[in-house]
Design a protein around this ligand. Sequence first.
Ligand SMILES: [Mn+2]
Length: 501
Amino acid sequence: MAPPPSSLSPPKIPMELHEINRAKLTKSLRDHLSLSSRPLKGFVFLQGGEEQTRYCTDHAELFRQESYFAYLFGVKEPDFYGAIDIETGESILFAPRLPEDYAVWLGEIKPLSFFKERYMVSMVFYTDESATVLHDRFQGSGKPLLFLLHGLNTDSNKFSKPADFEGIEKFKTDMSTLHPILTECRVIKSEMEVALIQFANDISSEAHVEVMRKTKVGTKEYQLESMFLHHTYMYGGCRHCSYTCICATGENSSVLHYGHAAAPNDRTLQDGDMALLDMGAEYHFYGSDITCSFPVNGKFTSDQGLVYNAVLGAHDAVISSMKPGVSWVDMHKLAEKIILESLKKGCLLVGEVDDMMVERLGAVFMPHGLGHFLGIDTHDPGGYLKGATRPSTSGLKALRTSRELQEGMVITVEPGCYFINALLIPAMESSSASKFFNCEEIGRFKGFGGVRIESDVLVTTDGCVNMTKVPRKTCEIEAVMAGGPWPLKKSSNYSENGGES
Ligand SMILES: [Mn+2]
């Protein structure tokens, strides 16, 4: 009998998770205000995401909550506001007052008590009551103070939108205190947050294995995407992905963000291609970010194995070294060094690896950063603390964080090695770097594309745990693609360190 298509089912969503998040923020904010001798009064006030339509039409885009609002309140509906009373810790949701014909087109209009119970908040009012409610509840003299969310996202360079509502002029507003404190709360994950990220990883890992098994020459890239989406939605209840699927094969696998509208995963798989599939499902806002690379025909050639093992060596070495206190910049350099050593061993490069490091040759083969925080956003915020500066050298400047690891961080480990003409040709022609290249050997890799191996890793007290469970060794991949079982057995769980998982 064929094995069941999935061993998983969607777990219950714990709304206490958001209660814990709110308590964490309230404590951090109170500590911060006490330290600067400011009164412990006022409200955190956030505006949730608004429903959007497609351009000028009435086609409603599928709504996904704004991430900071999701973190604090877990609300899945659009057009809410939320407040936390800093003095009492009480939480207040403000729901939109819906028009009568909502009940005809969109379903029953829920009473406020419904939201109070579902989201476990202290009270619920309508959004048009927010100014009055906050004024009435404020226990102080003068205008009540609102802590609004305003700050830079260091990955997008965009700013979060501070709440705006009718009557805001009746309040004092603080636009600078909340953002760094709330962002820092999001960096360290609670047990409940880790459990959701683990489920997103489990269902996505299973889907990756499913796709790997069904990949064959002649398949379209979008069919791989489709199989992944089906599996994570059908068996995991994941309606959203953390990001747009990258299903790159052949030369496309050196296009780092392939899969966008202008390159929509539409190539036909050829014999001899490598596939690079970067796909991750999201469950109750919390995401996963996983990349598998493998040969389309199920059998590694020696060149494919050379590049793949260079990247796997970097991936495993980083995971073996990760623990609290370790610098992420050092981990990036470790990955670069192992990739360069492997390329030298494979005769693609010649000379001293230390000299290559000085020349920043690692960035020619891996132009992106080693990894990023993961949570409610794929590139979860907090990579650069206020005042922190980005490294400026090539490769390192692409890092989405330069911080030291701390217990409770979830960060992706995603080394890669790509043959990108736009980087390789200038480097091979440069007066200082050309001496390192064995042009004849590298010529064989024209059109190869690239390899990336990406796992989601939780930093623990004394080490880390790899939350991603997919075949990684070349022999494991070949066995699974030939129809073998996955997981093989418990002992194959090699990529963790420090204590038990
Ligand atoms: Mn990633």
